[in-house]
Design a binder for this molecule. Structure first.
Ligand code: SAM
Length: 149
């Protein structure tokens, strides 16, 4: 997984917080969901959420042809297969669950050299510090803090 290693604007906006290991977020149930369970549910015939959202993301990219792109709560990268590296030279995916990002990296890292993945809380992002042609944020779930029981 590619973590921020220099001060590119799309990485600096989240890089300061990505290695946090303590605090209330450690009880976030999303941190433990395996990629197979998430994808298995969202692609089920009776759900078809991933298929629909992939088409929405594809249509956004076709219409806007973003040179820079942020995918927040990117999970395992549904719709990232539509990124054309000849058009989108830099893309950053942000997600709170590291194993899901690792699955994404294994799938798309080799064919998208401009893809950077950051394990972080999206609520820590400072959009004043960076900008993107397109920010895709499907099924927004994030909340500031989970509290220990
Ligand atoms: C409802 S799912 C949507 C995932 C994906 N966008 C999709 O459309 O399939 C929400 C995801 O956001 C992640 N998440 C929850 N809170 C987050 C936060 N504060 N920062 C980053 N990711 C978060 C969870 O791990 C979960 O996989």
């Amino acid at each position: 997984m590619g973590h921020a290693s220099h001060a590119a604007p799309w990485e600096a906006c989240v890089g300061a917080r990505h290695d946090r290991t303590d605090g209330p977020c450690t009880v976030d149930p999303w941190l433990t969901i395996p990629s197979s369970a998430y994808e298995g549910h969202t692609a089920r015939p009776g759900v078809q959420q991933s298929q629909f959202l992939s088409q929405v993301f594809r249509d956004e990219q076709t219409a806007l042809r973003p040179q820079t792109l942020a995918v927040l709560e990117c999970a395992t990268g549904n719709g990232i297969e539509h990124i054309d590296p000849a058009v989108t030279r830099r893309a950053v995916g942000v997600h709170i669950n590291s194993p899901l990002l690792e699955a994404l990296s294994g799938r798309f890292g080799p064919c998208l050299p401009g893809l950077r993945l950051v394990c972080a809380d999206v609520l820590d992002m400072d959009f004043a510090e960076c900008s993107f042609d397109l920010i895709h944020w499907a099924l927004i779930y994030s909340r500031r803090r989970f509290r220990a029981p």
